[in-house]
Ligand binder design. Sequence first.
Ligand SMILES: Cc1cc2nc3c(=O)[nH]c(=O)nc-3n(C[C@H](O)[C@H](O)[C@H](O)COP(=O)(O)OP(=O)(O)OC[C@H]3O[C@@H](n4cnc5c(N)ncnc54)[C@H](O)[C@@H]3O)c2cc1C
Length: 439
Amino acid sequence: MERIDYLIIGNSAAGINAAEAIRKHDVRGKVLILTEESSINYSKPLITYYLSDSIPLEKVYYRDQDIYRSNSFDLKGNTKIVGLDTDKKAAVAASGEKFYFHKALIAAGGRPIVPQIKIAGRPKKTAVNGSLANMFTLCTLEDARRIKEYIYAHRVKRAIILGGGLIGLKASEALLKLGLSIDLVELSDRILSATFDQEASSIIENKIRQQDSQIYTKNTINKLFAEGNLVKKVQLADTTVLDCRLLIVAVGVRPNTSWLEGSPVKLGKGIQVNEQMETTVPGIFAAGDIVEALDMLNGEKRNIAIWPLAALQGKTAGLNMAGQISNYEGGFFMNSVEILGVSSISMGLTGLGPGPEVEVLSQFKPDQDYYRKIIIRKDRVAGAIMVGKIDRAGIYAGLIKNSIDISKVKENIIREDFGLIQLPADYQKHLVTGEGIEV
Ligand SMILES: Cc1cc2nc3c(=O)[nH]c(=O)nc-3n(C[C@H](O)[C@H](O)[C@H](O)COP(=O)(O)OP(=O)(O)OC[C@H]3O[C@@H](n4cnc5c(N)ncnc54)[C@H](O)[C@@H]3O)c2cc1C
């Protein structure tokens, strides 16, 4: 029985960054990367751009597909891990094959949530992923490929999207770009409600409505009407009935941990890890969308499912697996969406309201599709929302990350042209001589 030095479950942001970090410090150790998908790596944030024909397939790839050969990584695709034997240090595949390891990284990401929607006339059935030919989730490159194929093959001109969060909006962005109209159904009172406020959401919502599209807030899909394996109509909670040619379910993603339940790898809002990204089982690490890790802005452990944090956590895990000492210092939430030419970004603690230690500065110009809100806590930027003009978002991200005292430049911070020149002098110097940030 061969024991692999480093077994990596997941071939995406966290897994690949871990493998690369390991190889920098251990040139000989055997690295095996497993993925349940086919054997290519790609950038998930780009799959909706592939869906909208904005970029070709080659541009969706994350790393050159030659990285496996050039780094002597073994890669095994179509291999779904369904269990972990922590005593024997083995990962068990659906096929029954076992992979014995010295150290392992769990980087298996998230899984889309699919609500159990009833199908009219089929009392024992609910719509589960894959059972209806025109109902999709959008989480993998294969999902994007299948949706695109379906749209072209059936000349779909209008689609229903359930969920107005990040993935629902990315799906909207793609379909609107392809020229489709959409019906967007959202449970909350506005789209992107987790990170946007009323003003920011209203600009994006108005933009969506311009393309013969509708938004149904405080609503959900209660029932589907199907013929054969096709959804023909949906009924909303408020009893509205919509014709359905294509349905994308985007109500959220949860850490892909169900296969770990009952194992000694402790779970919370994801796999629990320490600062070195090691789980509660020594020698088994975890990183990316599957973990709960430190939110540096509120000190809480939570699941922040974004690409840059998955990559950073993967790198941190890889360094520690290879015997280096590296601590993950935490991160914060950030997302960016562009709808019909209007860009938007939100970052940090956007929900903080004005209070004894919190100041909120904002500028709202709805006629120009422009909004900017900066949340300042104890003279430090804690969050920002930008709609319409986001080219200097990197500056705000840097101020948040580095917890810079902005009391001396506070009067400028909301300005549309706020940039490097208005920053505190010592921080400017840090940017020029230090690691720098995007400006
Ligand atoms: C449509 C969409 C748009 C997004 N846009 C953005 C964005 O604009 N900006 C941003 O920062 N983030 C975005 N995200 C989130 C971002 O893609 C994720 O945070 C990131 O991909 C997480 O990386 P990961 O390595 O943890 O997991 P994932 O990228 O989810 O990869 C998981 C890997 O594990 C493999 N795997 C899963 N289960 C098993 C198993 N049981 N056995 C073997 N292998 C398994 C998968 O095949 C895959 O290789 C988006 C996500 C989606 C779905």
